[in-house]
Design a protein around this ligand. Sequence first.
Ligand SMILES: [Zn+2]
Length: 332
Amino acid sequence: MATKIEHHHDLGDFNYGTSDQVTPLIRRVICKNPTPFTYKGTGTYLVGQGEVAVIDPGPPLESHLDDILAALDPDETITHAFITHTHSDHSPLTKQLKERTGAISYGFGPHGSVRDDDPEDRVDFSEFISTEEQEQYRQEFEELPEELKREGADTEFSPDVFLKDGDIVHGSNWTIRSIHTPGHCSNHLCFELQEEGSLFSGDHVMGWATSVVGPPDGSMKDYMKSLRKLLPLDHQLYWPTHGPAIPKPVEYVQSFIHHREEREEQIIGFLRSGPQKIADFVPVMYEKYDKRLWYPAAGSVHAHLLHMVETGRAEVLDEHDEPKLTATYQLL
Ligand SMILES: [Zn+2]
């Protein structure tokens, strides 16, 4: 019986660009960048009053920055910008935010390794995608503002202040502790808001979906370790960057751990019937999902296989081959 993940989708009534006071210390402004990868869009959090911290400014949309600044009272300023990780829907707007407010940025560091664009090592699911679907995807992409067309790693960002695991930053009426949670991205940080016993969980733990773990920067081994790391911290509530708050997060994280263990079992099940390629079983594993998600899902399956190779449970069929996305794998 597969573990049922009780996802949280309900963001309640919200309007893009309008700030909502969601707790005494937290306001949220949702950016209008909804895509199959970002759910309703990037939720930017404003923390505290007076000297305000921002968590994940968002993609480089000037209009979103206007909305963030409009959320401030006249006597307030943004003094800190905390970045959970360097993906295009989280960090790029930091640059404009700094220019307009003088805020100092805080993050783990610049982006880690980027996957080589090897034309020989790409998965192709186009045979599964109907002409109508392809046309729809193309149109939806065309309609995106130019600023949102570049997705993936933000290799330009570097924080002013490099945070390590456990570092504490004090603000006017808030205290944030950084928790290094590599996996989705090697520089991923979660931020604990000590006054409210809650955690800004970034893309590490989201309510609406599980995280994508894309090698080489994403690592399944790290991701599992980073999920387990959160359990003893026992926070009361998570505020992910996409989607609504997550109540009872410890149970929820447990279900994520089980889900990944089951995904691995599922992969082992496929490989039991003989050596196979990732592209052969992703359409079965992710049958019910938007097919655009199959590409990042292939990355997560690759991350599982790399972890299995590392731990001596699987290998590439051709010993001269690298454990690439398109390699053929078999069980050991
Ligand atoms: Zn994101």
